[in-house]
Design a protein. Structure first.
Length: 288
């Protein structure tokens, strides 16, 4: 299933992308007219009935369909409780950054106010002239996870989506820690959809690309991840309870802007695209 979220006034509706041009509205399966952000997160809980009902409804083709062009898609996780990011998780990205290969996962977070959907603008913050891109595979938690063993970890994954870990490098490097440079408004574009785990044969064998104005600047594979998803879930859940709707971004491959000579940074009018095999295209205009 390809899960999408779209807006209805101030609240949300949830659906499934069933073809290039059609979305099935699944909201009625919740017995509500529309949903809050927290209720969207509840829909991601594999212990609840929603996803089972959704699969059955799609198989029986008994819910209304909407034309995709008439729907404004949001981030598929509009307000995550947590956005946890993994730094330097591709060997060649660590090398291009002039940093040591990590011996254990490097963890940082982004605020939920960073989140925007595909086709929404990345806003360049005042005071920064070095806003960079980072194409990343993100996975969404589907079950409460605490002290999970790596061999059981994939049972806690709802699915996968594209994420752009936008970063103000001048803020990041001047501050001595990464929070402000990683957490400016609109700095976590995500989407267009969540591909549920059964849709992706092997999340560690996906081509991952970033394009800026049509030019490919990152082109790698998730096979190059240093710490794979089971290791990350085991590591994180030792001390942090993961909940349905939490988003974990697995890190970016080499090719980021600040490491290039000369550097390449996002500017007003650019079009930024993240494309991961099986997950569609996350496309965002850049604005001041």
């Amino acid at each position: 299933m390809k899960i999408v979220v779209f807006q209805n006034n101030e609240n949300y509706r949830i659906g499934a992308l069933v073809s290039k041009n059609e979305i099935v509205d699944l909201t009625s399966l919740t017995s509500k007219e529309d949903l809050t952000a927290n209720e969207i997160n509840d829909c991601f809980d594999l212990e609840r009935d929603f996803l089972r009902k959704a699969k059955s409804a799609l198989e029986n083709d008994r819910l209304p369909k909407l034309e995709r062009e008439n729907v404004k898609l949001c981030s598929p996780v509009p307000v995550p409780k947590k956005i946890i990011c993994i730094g330097l998780n591709y060997r060649n990205h660590a090398i291009e950054s002039g940093m040591e290969i990590p011996k254990s996962p490097i963890i940082f977070s982004k605020f939920s106010t960073c989140v925007v959907g595909s086709n929404e603008a990345i806003l360049l913050p005042g005071g920064s002239t070095q806003v960079d891109y980072e194409a990343e595979l993100a996975f969404v938690i589907g079950r409460k996870a605490s002290r999970v063993r790596s061999e059981d970890a994939m049972d806690y994954v709802l699915g996968y989506t594209n994420l752009n870990d936008v970063s103000a490098r001048d803020f990041q490097f001047a501050d001595g820690q990464w929070q402000r440079g990683k957490s400016c408004d609109t700095f976590a574009p995500m989407g267009e959809y969540i591909a549920t785990a059964d849709e992706i044969k092997d999340p560690h064998d996906l081509r991952i690309q970033f394009r800026l104005n049509g030019e490919t600047l990152q082109d790698s594979t998730t096979a190059e991840l240093i710490f794979k998803i089971p290791e990350l879930i085991e590591f994180l859940s030792r001390s942090i309870t993961l909940e349905p709707g939490d988003v974990i971004a697995t890190g970016t491959p080499p090719g980021v802007g600040f490491a290039r000579k000369p550097p390449i940074y996002l500017k007003d009018g650019d079009i930024a695209e993240v494309e991961i095999e099986g997950l569609g295209i996350l496309r965002n205009p850049v604005r001041i």
